[in-house]
Design a protein around this ligand. Sequence first.
Ligand code: ZN
Length: 132
Amino acid sequence: MFYEVPVKTNRSTEFIDITRKISELVFESGVKNGICYIYVPHTTAGLTINENADPDVVHDILVRLNKVIPFDDNYRHAEGNSAAHIKASMMGFNQYIIINNGKLMLGTWQGIYFTEFDGPRHRKVYVKIIEG
Ligand code: ZN
């Protein structure tokens, strides 16, 4: 099963929790055991898995990322969004999650985040659900 999920981002830099949407797709697919592969087809946005219980965790990750990768740093890329490209590469563009008994095998405190670094934009996520 293949799905294309639209993601609307609201800020220049933000993490959007897409765990619920991905879980719904797994349910909709009817796949009980397999792999959920998630891919972001963008160069200034990515994917990560981290805590979704305490929102301060995402806040702290963003604060640190913005310090480590400053917006301006004599970059050469003419579009002016090199910081976003670098941060997206640090996050990566895909995640695999095991599906067991129809559920994503995430840890208790884990959520799946779409990580926007050059928003706001209309983005998308590809989801492939593979039985096996
Ligand atoms: Zn660029």
